[in-house]
Design a binder for this molecule. Structure first.
Ligand SMILES: [Fe+2]
Length: 435
């Protein structure tokens, strides 16, 4: 499976002067921002460009929308930022932004209206419907890369490996328009990895790095490639040689790439080195005030979880992370997130909080809507229950609940590397004995 033959690279026109339909390097179509203030255009384009590479400057959109609350295009983009937070506060804030965008939707062009139609079900937890609409947006606006980036995230929400072919198809379609775009190449490389096209994924990730040497998302593909192909020493060496560039990416991606680096240590049997990465992450990632963002929290839990599965107990970790859960533990959004919260709560011995987490999952499993049949009611709830039982030491219950779900481990969300912890937990339970 290869990239379509690239057409001659297009020239990026001056900002704001591109005719409709010409490719924009920052991810947004030219017409979308027509008539907006110069400040709004600048913030919107910066936000989009930063999101495409998981850069550190996405929060520019919050100040911009606060300054121009009547600008629906800023409201839409601010909603995206909040949806990426994957927490209840972000969900509520996204709802406010989307309501404001809807109230002024008469000012939106077709791209803006279709984006609003995709973000609304996303905010409501209907990820499958949102994904379909973003795929249509991708088809109708091939000059814009932002929908492809959003598709990548929704694929993560619904199980990234299972949705790899959909991401790959959209990425390859846009390869004709953006043959050399470093972020399109990075997304395409990850899609190839998710589909198991490992050497093609590696080649495209290297092309993405050649197109822009600071490309932490392409490094991320290479880490996935190393883990899945078993080229562990080579991958570890490569990542160690690249990690100095991650200071210029978002905190979330830096933590995630270091988490991947720790996985390579673990796969090589070096639990001590993986633990050293965890210590480094704890020293740098825990905020003095407020809660850890969801992505960082998940990665820290996952690393401690995996270390415990190989016999390295992490009692202090659970004490330190427990206060960071906040209301996420009763409003878990995705089964993939909830299994991590369940491990943390089970290992903390906090049965009342674990019961609240399960009650939150039960509400989602019983909610009307298309998404219910995909994840929560079709195994997601059992995954959370089983992981919570395993973490709390109730191995018999954990086995009884988790073993029948073996075929659905990838349906609750997360990437191929991330959901590996579930199959590792099943293996661990079998080693420990289910009685
Ligand atoms: Fe990853």
């Amino acid at each position: 499976m290869s990239e379509p033959s690239p057409q001659p690279a297009t020239t990026h026109p001056a900002e704001g002067s591109a005719p409709a339909g010409s490719p924009e390097q920052d991810g947004l179509p030219a017409d979308f921002l027509r008539g907006a203030s110069a400040a709004a255009q600048s913030a919107a384009r910066q936000f989009s460009a930063e999101l495409l590479c998981f850069g550190p400057g996405v929060e520019v959109i919050l100040a911009a929308v606060a300054a121009e609350p009547d600008e629906p295009r800023l409201q839409l983009l601010a909603a995206i930022l909040q949806l990426y937070a994957l927490d209840p506060a972000g969900q509520r804030q996204a709802s406010v932004h989307l309501a404001a965008a809807k109230a002024a939707s008469g000012c939106l062009d077709r791209f803006g209206r279709e984006l609003l139609e995709a973000l609304s079900p996303w905010q409501a937890g209907e990820y499958g419907l949102a994904l379909l609409r973003l795929e249509l947006l991708c088809v109708s606006h091939r000059e814009a890369l932002l929908p492809l980036k959003l598709i990548e995230w929704l694929c993560f929400c619904r199980g990234q490996e299972l949705h790899g072919p959909r991401l790959l198809e959209r990425s390859q379609q846009l390869a004709q328009v953006f043959p050399d775009h470093p972020d399109r190449l990075a997304i395409g490389s990850f899609a190839l990895e998710l589909c198991g096209c490992l050497e093609e994924a590696r080649a495209l990730a290297e092309a993405a790095i050649a197109a822009r040497p600071d490309n932490a998302w392409a490094d991320h593909t290479l880490s996935h490639w190393a883990l899945r192909s078993g080229r562990l020493e080579e991958g570890l060496c490569q990542q160690q040689g690249r990690c100095h560039t991650w200071v210029r990416t978002s905190a979330g991606l830096r933590v995630h790439n270091l988490w991947h680096l720790a996985l390579l240590h673990l796969a090589l049997g070096d639990g001590l080195a993986a633990e050293a990465v965890l210590d480094e992450l704890l020293a740098g990632a825990l905020p003095e005030h407020g809660l850890l963002p969801t992505g960082e929290l998940i990665d820290l839990i996952a690393l401690g979880w995996r270390l415990e599965l190989v016999g390295r107990r992490q009692e202090n970790l659970w004490e330190r992370l427990r206060p960071h859960l906040g209301e996420r533990s009763s409003e878990p959004l995705l089964p993939f997130l909830a299994v991590h919260y369940a491990w943390l709560l089970g290992r903390s011995g906090d049965q009342p909080a674990l019961a609240k987490l399960l009650a939150g999952g039960e509400r989602l499993a019983g909610a009307p809507g298309l998404e219910t049949s995909w994840s929560w009611a079709s195994g997601g709830l059992e995954l959370v229950r089983g992981v919570g039982a395993a973490a709390a030491g109730r191995r018999g219950e954990a086995c009884a609940v988790l073993v029948p779900q073996g075929g659905r481990l990838r349906f609750g969300g997360g990437s191929d590397a991330q959901v590996q912890v579930l199959s590792q937990t099943l293996d661990w339970l079998e080693r420990q004995g289910c009685a």
